[in-house]
Design a protein around this ligand. Structure first.
Ligand SMILES: [Zn+2]
Length: 797
């Protein structure tokens, strides 16, 4: 097969118009998110990662496969030269850089992505058939003859989608010509195959993962209007998967989630471009099925990459659970459904999944992400089989979708509707509309109103549980709208989502006039908008429980805990039992942490080590990396009954007090002595009737005295055994109560600690869940966990 590249590009294209009326997301070029927001920080970390990657290393296997001399060194992981999936991440890199460039206009990124397209163009020209890949064609021969192979069409989809994004976001015509040439090659290949074997044989081959081949080909058809592209797209709609969904049957169990969600995204495009109602209905049914029966409290789906039986989610609480790629693709499904229906519930879902399924996968440093989010009690993100990835040696599928997700937070905040224009003389022009669908501090160039829209958000905290959103309209000095838009100075309708999670007491104002709003819908205001107009919202949040999607009686007591759109997870090494709490009023026993309690948090150091607890033993150890369990375990909340309050006098105020040391990660558990030369123990204060009275119990409170080794240090003396102190002989051995003696030369140094600020402080969204007779849990948002162990579902019997 040898075909010349398409000679001309789009001048002659008759773009395929959508057959239905739908919303369009505002262009990433028009949206800027604030740098200090959660999304802004995630975007910046991802930008740094994209700039760490070397174009020659990314292109290594492409050059090698096309017979061009290689440059640089190849990357490892799934991009290594011996991996059959090599090249997939390069496709994602093309998509991610296109979207990141649109979101930031970082010129260095632009230079690199243009350079990569140039290199890939050379590779495609050298091969000369339209084929472009980092692996040879024999992988397709194996695919077509049902022999084991690792998803060659999956990778081709990523490359085609990446090139298409380079065209749509950055206007790269060369990239468009390349993807058209690829489509030409694969059209021939598939047609020849069907002619030689049969259509059934082709569909049988689709049992191997093919990514979103239909999706990218529908997108291409939308641009080119070429029926060949539409036909090839149809040939990747997978009938054996889509058929039962069209019959409204939840047959998801046993299917590989991330193989099939992209096929459904393709089905969404099929509906948009052809008006095919069956495609519309089956995807709507699919979303309802996932949302009602296959979804975790985080919004994510899939267990070890697969769907299991509906309403059996308690069987999926293991270490390799929610795949990040599935979250990335479910967001696309929800986004398209919203574009069709304007139903706020799809944007509620989107918000939940961005906050709890996407922002959670990035550890915080560039290029460190997870593959699958563990959901079981006592898991950490590091507990998954893959753990945290390496910037240059992982390149898993979820790295590919990860770099895309963190490049397009500006997407789906705003949607625009220009209406269906009736060209008949005298027909009224449609009223354009803008939808504010997500609450992310950001600005938008609102072209149809010729204004800049600025959204500010005062985030939720546990102690001040009201999210305040302000939408301010400003002049747009650059607005050239009069020449370019037929809508300028017309009335616009502004819609703002009122989240379904808002608690009672919500308020909305337009220029100080109160507005009626209903949670789970949109506020709509139609007028000629002017600079200076302002909308303000107060969205109160409350803690609420969400039952696990499992209908078996033995799992009826399992619940996740949410606060507004955030999933709260509890610090835990495996415990998840809260006992017989009152599930009808969770705010009675899930209470906010007062931010001033941060002043009560201390770490006690001895040289390079810190005093902390492990498995109910008190010991010395040293923190390795920020974000570990030890940060919590080596931080104590100091409880003291005497005044003035410790918070007011912090460091100077410790000496002379009787204090108890509460474990930061296990509220209600304190350190106690159990006698001379015996190990310190951890006891539950819930056993004491008067929770403030235990300080006076001889073994539970310690008297803080000037350090035995130095006045700049402190020592903890027993109340009932004067002359005996908290003493640690060496690191990683249990701390004891020991009495000072002349025989023990080093005693003073081993009983003296430097009191310093806690290694860890409370997250602004911290709560304490108080159990019924069991241990309490410190809760903070799942997205804020790094390496700490957690529980997401709790047993509330
Ligand atoms: Zn993945």
């Amino acid at each position: 097969m040898s075909d010349p590249p398409p000679a001309i590009v789009p001048a002659s294209f008759a773009a395929a118009a959508s057959k239905i009326h739908l919303l369009e997301g505002s262009s990433l070029h028009k949206v800027r998110i604030d740098a200090d927001s959660l999304q802004g920080k995630g975007q910046q970390t991802n930008l740094e990662y994209l700039l760490m990657l070397d174009v020659d290393s990314l292109a290594y296997s492409f050059r090698n496969n096309s017979g061009l001399p290689t440059k640089g060194v190849p990357y490892g992981g799934w991009e290594a030269p011996d991996q059959e999936l090599r090249g997939h991440f390069v496709g994602h890199y093309l998509s991610a850089t296109a979207k990141m460039w649109a979101s930031t206009h970082n010129e260095e990124l632009k230079r690199r992505m243009d350079h990569l397209v140039d290199i890939l163009d050379e590779c495609q020209q050298k091969i000369g058939t339209g084929y472009l890949s980092a692996f040879p064609l024999n992988l397709f021969t194996r695919f077509e003859t049902y022999r084991p192979v690792w998803a060659p069409y999956y990778t081709i989809h990523k490359i085609m989608a990446g090139l298409l994004d380079q065209y749509t976001e950055a206007g790269n015509m060369k990239a468009l010509r390349m993807v058209i040439w690829m489509a030409q090659y694969f059209s021939k290949r598939v047609e020849n195959y069907i002619e030689k074997y049969s259509i059934q044989a082709h569909f049988q081959a689709l049992n191997e993962e093919t990514g979103g081949m239909n999706d990218v080909l529908y997108d291409l058809y939308k641009i080119t209007g070429d029926p060949q592209h539409l036909k090839l797209a149809h040939l990747f709609d997978k009938p054996c998967f889509l058929g039962p969904l069209a019959l409204q049957q939840d047959t998801l169990s046993g299917f590989h989630a991330n193989t099939h969600i992209p096929i459904l995204i393709g089905a969404q495009k099929r509906y948009e471009l052809t008006g095919d109602q069956v495609s519309k209905e089956l995807v709507t049914f699919f979303m309802d099925a996932v949302n009602s029966s296959h979804r975790f409290v985080t919004g994510g789906t899939s267990d070890n990459e697969f769907w299991k039986d509906p309403n059996r989610m308690a069987s999926s609480l293991g270490k390799d659970v929610e795949e990040s790629c599935s979250s990335y693709n479910m967001l696309k499904i929800a986004r398209n459904l919203f574009r069709w229906t304007k139903d706020a519930s799809y944007m509620d879902y989107y918000e939940r999944l961005i906050l709890n399924g996407v922002l959670t996968i990035q550890r915080g440093e560039p290029g460190v992400m997870i593959y699958m989010l563990p959901m079981g009690p006592g898991m950490a993100k590091t507990s998954s089989t893959m753990g945290w990835g390496d910037p240059f040696d992982s390149f898993w599928c979820c790295y590919g979708t990860g770099i895309e997700s963190f490049s397009k937070f500006g997407d789906s905040i705003y949607f625009e509707d220009y209406g269906v224009r009736d060209e008949n003389p005298g027909a009224q022009r449609p009223i354009p509309a803008l939808y504010v669908a997500q609450f992310v501090p950001s600005t938008l160039e609102w072209d149809s109103a010729g204004l800049i829209l600025k959204q500010t958000v005062k985030p939720l905290t546990s102690f001040d549980p009201v999210m305040e959103v302000t939408i301010h309209l400003h002049e747009n000095p650059k607005a050239t709208i009069e020449e370019t838009s037929p809508y300028h100075k017309l009335i616009n309708t502004l819609y703002v989502r009122i989240p379904s999670w808002v608690a009672s007491g919500y308020e909305a104002y337009f220029n100080d006039e109160p507005q009626d709003i209903t949670p789970g819908s949109f506020l709509a205001i139609q007028r000629e908008w002017k600079a200076g107009d302002k909308l303000t919202f107060k969205f109160p949040a409350e803690v609420r429980l969400e039952h696990i999607q499992d209908d078996r009686e033995e799992h009826q007591s399992l619940n996740g805990i949410m606060f507004g759109p955030f999933v709260l997870a509890g610090l835990s090494h495996g415990e998840f039992d809260l006992g017989p709490v009152d599930t009808s009023s969770p705010s009675d026993w899930i209470t906010p942490v007062n931010p001033s309690d941060n002043d009560l948090l201390y770490t006690f150091r001895m040289g390079d080590y810190q005093l902390g607890h492990k498995h109910r033993t008190v010991t010395l150890d040293s923190a390795s990396t920020n974000g570990t369990d030890w940060d919590f375990e080596a931080t104590f909340k100091v409880i003291s009954s005497s005044s003035p309050s410790l918070a007011a006098s912090k460091h100077s105020g410790l000496v002379g007090r009787v204090v108890s040391l509460e474990l930061l990660d296990q509220p209600g558990r304190i350190i106690a002595h159990s006698g001379i030369n015996k190990n310190l123990v951890v006891v539950d204060t819930s056993q004491f009737a008067d929770s403030t009275n235990y300080l006076s119990q001889a073994n539970l409170g310690f008297k803080v005295v000037p350090g035995l080794a130095s006045d700049r240090l402190v020592s903890f003396e027993s109340q009932d055994l004067p002359g005996c102190y908290i003493y640690v002989d060496d690191w990683r051995v249990p701390a004891q109560l020991k009495c000072r003696s002349k025989e023990n030369d080093g005693f003073d140094a081993k009983a003296s600690f430097k009191a310093s600020q806690g290694l860890r402080s409370y997250h602004p969204l911290s709560f304490v869940a108080t159990s019924q007779g069991l241990r309490n849990f410190l809760l903070f948002p799942q997205l804020a966990y790094r390496d700490e162990h957690y529980a997401i579902y709790f047993d509330m019997v």
